[in-house]
Design a protein around this ligand. Structure first.
Ligand SMILES: [Zn+2]
Length: 79
């Protein structure tokens, strides 16, 4: 089950306890990256194409519940 990510206008809220700020996110992500090594062997990722990005589970850090996360508007958007 994919869970919708918050965007610029929205945020997550735990509908059970009201937590807005702390969540454990289990995320499955597949990406193609361009790794550029310098002569010393340090790598920097210079380009990245995300092929797949799914949030599989969000657990509330306060009450430990899963499947209680809802999308709500960010404060101020209603004004
Ligand atoms: Zn909660």
């Amino acid at each position: 089950m994919a869970i919708e990510s918050p965007d610029r206008m929205t945020r997550w809220r735990c509908s059970r306890c009201g937590n807005l700020t702390r969540f454990d996110v289990l995320r499955s992500r597949r990406a193609k990256e361009y790794w550029h090594f310098d002569l010393g062997g340090e790598v920097s990722v210079e380009d990245q194409e995300v092929l797949h990005d799914d949030i599989e589970e969000v657990r509330c850090r306060w009450c430990g519940a899963t499947d209680t996360v809802e999308i709500v508007p960010r404060a101020g958007d209603a004004e």
